[in-house]
Write a protein that binds this ligand. Structure first.
Ligand SMILES: NC(=O)c1ccc[n+]([C@@H]2O[C@H](COP(=O)([O-])OP(=O)(O)OC[C@H]3O[C@@H](n4cnc5c(N)ncnc54)[C@H](O)[C@@H]3O)[C@@H](O)[C@H]2O)c1
Length: 244
């Protein structure tokens, strides 16, 4: 059987770690790209088919290295999951500094284009390929205090590239609302009122719970595989009904 290869950014932690597990369990070779060396190396030790590339996804060079790894080791690259992302503290715009704006857009938006610049030509030559980009319901159903983050997630430009590269390469997005990861822990904190904060967030969600990482990984699996072969340029909300 033909080996299949996926690149998952931010695969050392959070959603990305579980997306990595999902593809690994299905027999994929998975290359994770992450700036967290310790957790990335831990993740790669889970199985021989998980490969860790220590690198920053905002850098074009990192994508050239990922492509070289996939090409040299397996001769192909089927799927790119642009999952790595950052948020900032919950505070209104006038209290934020522009360094946070630069940082947020740099990490959340720039890799969408860097990845396409390096990987799409290879996929076009290969004859197929899929990108799944992780956005957020924050861009369509915002909570106050996350203006830079929400705007950056709106810029995860899937539809244009879906048109540019159809029918050979598909581009789709997943939009989570709130998920049980380090990003959530950072936003609710660890103090005495953290449970109360979590409860408030859960109350906003019709399904009355936050996403587990496997909820997101299962949706990525659908959009990345032939089960969704006629789907491109769409955003799938995996948000417990938050977007309603
Ligand atoms: N957790 C949520 O509530 C939630 C909700 C909506 C959308 N999202 C989106 O889901 C994605 C994953 O979020 P998460 O909650 O798993 O986050 P997380 O903080 O738990 O994990 C993010 C991973 O990305 C890595 N990373 C960060 N910047 C990087 C860079 N420049 N280069 C390489 N790796 C980098 C981190 O080291 C970490 O391993 C993000 O795009 C986030 O915006 C998360």
């Amino acid at each position: 059987m033909q080996v299949k290869v996926a690149v998952v950014t931010g695969g050392a932690d959070g959603f990305g770690a579980t997306i990595t597990d999902r593809f690994h369990q299905e027999g994929y070779q998975v290359i994770i790209i992450d700036i967290n060396k310790e957790k990335g190396e831990q993740k790669a030790s889970v199985g021989p088919n998980i490969h860790f590339l220590f690198g920053d996804v905002t850098q074009q060079d990192t994508w050239e290295q990922a492509l070289a790894l996939a090409r040299d080791m397996f001769g192909r690259l089927d799927i790119v999951v642009n999952n790595a992302g950052i948020t900032g503290a919950q505070s209104p715009v006038h209290t934020k500094d522009m360094a946070e704006y630069e940082r947020t857009f740099n990490v959340n938006v720039r890799p969408i284009f860097c990845s396409a610049r390096s990987i799409v030509p290879f996929m076009m030559e290969q004859g197929n390929g899929v990108f799944v980009n992780i956005t957020s319901t924050g861009c369509t159903r915002p909570r106050p205090g996350f203006a830079f983050y929400n705007a950056s997630k709106a810029a995860v430009a899937t539809k244009t590239m879906a048109l540019e590269y159809a029918p050979t390469v598909r581009f789709n997005c997943i939009a989570p609302a709130v998920g049980n990861t380090s990003m959530l822990q950072a936003s609710i904190g660890s103090g005495a009122d953290s449970q109360e904060r979590l409860q408030k967030i859960e109350d906003l969600l019709p399904m009355k719970r936050v996403a587990q990482p496997m909820d997101i990984a299962n949706a990525v699996w659908y959009l990345a595989t032939d089960q969704s072969s006629f789907v491109t340029g769409t955003t799938l909300e995996v948000d417990g009904g938050r977007g309603i």
